[in-house]
Every structure is written in C-alpha cells, then in structure tokens.
Design a protein around this ligand. Sequence first.
Ligand code: ADP
Ligand code: ZN
Length: 522
Amino acid sequence: MPSPPTLTDARALLKRVYGYDAFRGLQENVIADTLAGRDGLAVLPTGGGKSLCYQIPALLREGVSIVVSPLIALMADQVDALKLAGVRAERLDSSMDFAARAAALDAAARGEMDLLYVSPEGLGNGLADRLSRMKVSLIAVDEAHCVSQWGHDFRPDYRALGRLKALFKGVPRLAVTATADARTRDDILAQLDLTDPAVHVASFDRPNLILSAEPKEGNRTARVVQLVKARAGVSGIVYAATRNAVEDLADALEKAGVPSLAYHAGLEAEVRAARQRRFLLEEGLVMCATVAFGMGVDKPDVRFVIHADPPKTLEAYWQEVGRGGRDGEPAEGVALFGPSDMNRSLQWTYSSDAPDEVKRVQLTKTRQLFAFLNGDECRRAAVRRYFGEEAVEPCGVCDACKGELGERYDVTRYAQMAVSAVLRCGQRIGRGRLVQHLLGEAKDGFDTDLSSLSTFGIGKELSRQGWNRVFDALLYEDLVAEGGEAMRPVLVVPDAEAAKALFRGERTVSLKQDPAAARRKT
Ligand code: ADP
Ligand code: ZN
C-alpha cells in the first residue's frame, strides 16, 4: 500500500498545479486533517481559498472526489479552471446531455477522474448509488451553510446530504462555507452528521475594508450617484433590492456619465453572462445588481460595494462587501438603510410560510442587521464579534472609528414612555395604535379601554413622525420587538431585564435625528 499523502506532497502540488508558493491562513490545517481522513468543517472568508482545501486532498487521495455545490455557474468556472490546469474534473448537471454525463461517470468508474462536481438536487438516489460503488476519496460540501435553517440561505436539498454518511462509509466529508455563525456551524455538524469533525474557523477580519453605513435621507438614487461619482474611474458594485431599483440606478449612473451595467435575474441568461464578463474584464465599470450577482464572481480590484438597499442579514452583508478588495488593496463598503427597509424585511418574514422556528431566526437576524447598521460601534469589530470572534480591536478606519457618525440625540426619556406604553397596553397592539395612544388619540372602539391607562396621551410633545423615529430606534436595539411568540405584527418587550435597565436609566437610547424636530404632521 502506498504511504498516505503528506503536507509536503500538498505543498508540491500547490506549486505544480496552481503555481502558488505557500498556503494561506488555515488552508494548511484543513488540508492536513482532510488528508488524514477526518471529517471536517472549514469556515474561511470569501476569497480565503476554500476550493483548494478540498481540491488538493482530492488530487492527492486515491479515487474520485465528489464536490456538492449549489451553483451551476460556479461549478462550470471551477471545472474549466481545473481542466486548464490539467486536472481531470467534470461536472454533472441537468444542463448536460446524457452522453456527456455517461462519459464522465464511466471515467470516474475507471479511476480516471479526480473531481466530480454535482448539485445537491442532482445527487439523487440513482447517482448516489452509482457513485457509492466507485472508489471515492472525499466528499466536499461547498456553501455548507445552505444545510442549516439558521444560515441565511437555507436550501432544503442540502438536508438530504446527511444520508451520504451511511452510503459512503469511511469516506471523509469536508464542509466549507464563508459564512456561518456559531449556531449555523453546530447545525452543519449535526445535519451532515460529521464524525469527530476537525473544525477550522478563520478570523473574519478583512483589514483592507473601509466600512460605513448611513440612514437613507432624501433622494436615494441621487445619493448613490453622488457616492459613485466621488469614486470615479474604479470598478464597483451597487446592490439594490429590486430589479426596478437596479435598472433605475444603472440609468441614473449612465446619465451622470458613469459607465454602468444592470444585472438581475429578470435578464436573459446570455445578457447576464455578457455583462458579468464585461465587468470582470473592463476597468472602471459599475455593476448595479441584485444579490443574483456575485456568487463566484472573483474580480480582484473591486474598489467599492455600495448597498443602495440594506442586505438581508449580517452574513449576507459580509459576503457582499467581501467582494471588494480581494486583491488586498483598500476597498470601501457603504450601506444605506432605513426603518422601512427593516419593516419590509420583518413583514416579509411574518407573511412567509416558513415554520415559526425558522421565522424567529430570520426576525432575529433582521434585527441584528439593523442594530449593526444603526449602531455606533466599530463596524468591522461588530461583524467579527457577530461571527463569534473574541477580543477584537477597533479597525480605526470605519465611520464609527473615525467619529464620522455625527451628533446623536439622547431620547432615553421618550424611549421610557414608549416602552411603558407597550407594557401598559398589554403587548398586544401594533406600532400605529401605540403612537395614537401616546398622542392621546382615542380612535375606534378598540382603543377606548386603553384610554384610561396612565400612558394615554403622555407623548403629546412629539409628532407622529418623532414617535416613529423613537420606535425605530427601539426596534433597532431590540428593546421592543415585533411579533413575540405569537408571531403577529404587534409590539412586545422581548427582554424584561433590558427594559428595567432602560427605566433605571442604566441603558440609554440615542437617535441620529432629533425626534422633537420632526414635523408635527405626517
Ligand atoms: P473562496 O474561499 O472564496 O472559495 P477561492 O477558493 O475561489 O476562494 O480562492 C480565491 C482566490 O485565491 C483564487 O483565485 C485562488 O486561486 C486564490 N488562492 C487560493 N489559495 C491560494 C494560495 N495559497 N496562495 C495564493 N492564492 C491562492
Ligand atoms: Zn472601525
């Protein structure tokens, strides 16, 4: 029997096939454990070189390695790159014709294939059975966060991957992802049923990213154009939530003389592919896109990522801004956000037909995102803490670190009134009714029994809009929450201890805008 491959072999291969001199970050540790035949989970940042973590063991261990990957485009790119480097790799996806699939499988059965890429839905019982009769060296699960409902991109097809353990006895399985908080990591281990896994989690720091966030005010399109023009001549990405917004932004940028393209799922596949190619090849283009753009786009010199609308979660934010500065040179991330974005996201969750358990996770993630955006902590440190890193130092270059967030107004007194009202009213009415209650507006019959409460009409010094700002801040900070256990759009106080600290004045609430200056009429 030949001796098992070692790290020395891995280094030689790294040089020979990929032309690199040294491993990066945790690659070496992940590869060592995988070569030793252990199951594993590797969480490495986008651009951290996850593919090599399974490709190198795949090339060194005897047999064919199966790579489960959710994106056909991504698979095609990887397979093409591997073939160019002389590696025997193929993909099996539904867009291939029967003969090509059969040829790839036959080659694998003869031991003449190193890597086979499959989609999770493509890995049905027929294919899995066939593969299980071959000599399989490794099963890699890419974008492994998709297996977990705690992750931000749950895909039911991933759930079935747990069964591979029984089917491929003794074959090491390696899960890799760029984004997984502690809960998601635990869930990946459990769902894939990894045996005594070697878990490697890299630091989430990206020292060259310069981050900032600002509330949406006035004309958003004009603001984005202004931000882009201030960064003229370099490549950048502008993310927006909807296809229309993407088109509008691209038009506005073109009119302002900035070469830009629109990219979203509503465009023909060829148009998308052509625009993606142009973005990769040309310099100084701005891609206005929905989140349909980006997975697997590896352009090293993206100098800014602007979120014209906020991302879905902090995981998504980190992935999206992480597409900037892959060459290690400075890149900026600017995120615009508003309370209506948060409400839309919360409402979307309420009305989805996911199980309550899943909804609760999503609601929490939404709140964490907006607390982050609205917060005044170091941006990079906040993200790293979110991903479970401890003892992180402020970055020194973000808007918070540089003191650019501007003056804040202490609204603790109003926050106390609002939280009292939520509690007095029994945590069973929505924001609109609560504002009416604070303003002393008894509306229909429903409110009459609330008008005798001590909080009725105590908030007349603020306008409706002023109160809405106070409630926004309370929501951002999770001092009040929408839904509660009943999952209804009513406001509740999720954490009684936090509320007590607020009443005692130990916890303060501040706003970027003076709520008393808000117009009286809305
Ligand atoms: P991701 O973790 O985002 O999947 P990739 O595996 O696509 O990252 O790697 C990102 C880029 O870094 C690729 O161009 C890859 O070739 C390159 N890369 C990976 N490992 C190394 C290394 N050890 N040295 C230099 N470049 C590397
Ligand atoms: Zn900072």
